[in-house]
Design a protein around this ligand. Structure first.
Ligand SMILES: *Cc1c(COP(=O)(O)O)cnc(C)c1O
Length: 495
């Protein structure tokens, strides 16, 4: 939904641009022979392609502190999560059918767990504390004798909070339970020696650290392969765990990105932390800004804030020269405000007023200054629009207020109707919700003007949905708007 020509890119947690050195490595590979030989072929072309792949495999292993044989190539972290979770659970099904994960996983981790529930597995999702951390003791309490697999992400993609995977892995190791971590936001950002940690399976992906999209890996600890069932069957590549012709140029780009990341880990975290602090200092001056993940260890590149009095989706819409993400509703099919922020205990209003700034290799202090100034301008503008500045009313006028929705719901709305001689003279509203909800509230506020209080609701939510092209699954939000108007009406009639 963001303008792709946005001059300031602060969405590195969604994906990163390719590093120029990665482009060179990939185009060299394509122009030379990477595009010709099948790495599984035994002739010279094939052997040279295979050699490039094995070099890259070693570069990748070196970044995470593994050995090359433990790297299984996939199409990205989504596939790695699926292979780890579905593969390990299905292979262990006769030993036990209980899984433990968390409420703050990426969908790529949550949805395979939900799929396994349909296959008869029981699932426990551990909640984080208010800072967004999973308490290892809370996780230990969720383990059962029949637990076969635990999956906890290393770094959360929305808040940047770092989980104690060493402690959680140790709990699992002591009980003989496989431990998987989604490290898509950790690899290349936190130094790691995965072999020295009690981690059995680890998912990651090249495009989160300046490599190409469409290539990732699953780290499979030496000895754990036999405990995984493949998702695909075919040519036997990746020792049967993930068959299919390997994409040589993608893997070469992945390897180059790992080598660059290994060097960058020396200085880049400190630089990003300073930029993040610079940004946060500006928000402090704005007032009413809450840091999500405060009090927990976080990666330096992510700053997630909730801004009182504005709605994330409207804010992002107003920031067309800034590429950032919002955790608010409507940007996913589920139409929920960020379940991650909700799990941290944020109410709907603050969860929907969140922005995630993610910084990276090409971010400069001037970008931070420009971003902070743009956000400040837009927040001031939206706050000024919000109906704190309502017209003063005289004694002869009545004011009717109706509110509906709220914490735990996708939407909250308040209508404030100024009534003169039994008719609505002016309607103000305040709403948190997706753009559909906001548009519908504005549309209704216009339509109720001039209507008699006893007949203030202009038609039915179904009619509004049709008039405004609101998708059927959002009808519930329009019902909430109707509730608020009915509340005004009820007050008008009884007062
Ligand atoms: C980006 C991301 C994924 C998905 O990675 P793809 O390579 O795009 O499939 C999974 N988990 C987390 C935590 C992520 O940030």
């Amino acid at each position: 939904m963001m303008d792709t020509s946005a001059p300031i890119y602060l969405d590195y947690a969604a994906t990163t641009p390719l590093d120029p050195a990665v482009i060179v490595a990939m185009t060299d590979c394509l122009a030379a022979e990477g595009g010709r030989g099948n790495p599984a072929s035994l002739h010279g072309w094939g052997r040279r392609a295979a050699a490039r792949i094995e070099t890259a495999r070693s570069e990748i292993a070196a970044l995470i502190g593994a050995v090359a044989e433990e790297i299984v190539f996939t199409s990205g972290a989504t596939e790695s999560d699926n292979l780890a979770l579905l593969g390990a659970a299905r292979a262990a099904a006769d030993r036990g059918r209980h899984l433990v994960s968390t409420r703050i996983e990426h969908k790529a981790g949550l949805d395979p767990c939900k799929r396994l529930q349909k296959e008869g597995f029981a699932l426990t999702l551990v909640a984080p504390d208010q800072s967004g951390q999973i308490d290892p003791q809370a996780l230990a309490a969720a383990l059962r004798p029949e637990t076969v697999l635990v999956s906890v992400m290393w770094v959360n993609n929305e808040t940047g909070v770092i989980q104690d995977v060493a402690a959680i892995g140790a709990l699992c190791r002591a009980r003989g339970i496989l431990f998987h971590t989604d490290a898509a936001q950790a690899v290349g950002k936190v130094p790691m020696r995965v072999r020295e940690l009690p981690i059995d399976l680890m998912s990651f992906t090249a495009h989160k650290f300046y490599g190409p999209k469409g290539i990732g890996a699953l780290y499979v600890r030496d000895g754990v392969r036999a405990r995984l069932q493949p998702l695909l069957y075919g040519g036997g590549q990746e020792r049967g765990l993930r068959p299919g012709t390997l994409p040589t140029h993608q893997i070469v780009g992945f390897g180059a990105a790992c080598t660059l990341a290994r060097a960058a880990l020396e200085h880049e975290p400190q630089r990003l932390a300073a930029l993040r602090e610079q940004l946060w200092a500006h928000f402090g001056a704005l007032g009413g800004v809450h840091l999500n993940g405060a009090g927990a260890p976080r990666v330096p590149g992510i700053l997630n804030v909730s801004i009182e009095g504005v709605e994330g989706e409207s804010l992002v819409t107003g920031l067309s020269d800034l590429a950032v993400s919002t955790g608010s509703a409507c940007n996913s099919a589920s139409a929920e405000p960020s379940y991650v922020l909700r799990a941290l205990g944020r109410d709907t209003e603050l969860a929907q007023s969140s922005l995630r700034f993610s910084l990276g290799r090409f971010s400069q202090p001037a970008d931070i200054e420009a971003a902070a100034a743009a956000v400040r301008r837009e927040v001031m503008r939206l706050r000024a629009l919000s109906p704190a500045a309502e017209p003063q009313r005289s004694a002869s006028e009545a004011q009717l207020v109706g509110e509906a929705g709220g914490p735990g719901r996708d939407v909250w709305v308040r209508f404030r109707l100024r009534v003169e001689a039994g008719r609505v003279a002016h309607a103000a509203y305040r709403v948190y919700g997706c753009p559909h909800t906001m548009a519908a509230a504005a549309w209704l506020a216009e339509r109720v003007q001039g209507r008699a209080v006893a007949d203030v609701v202009p038609g039915t939510p179904q009619e509004w949905a049709a008039a405004l092209n609101v998708p059927a699954e959002k009808l519930g939000r329009l019902l909430t708007l109707e509730d608020a108007l009915r509340e005004c009406q009820r007050r008008g009639v009884t007062v």
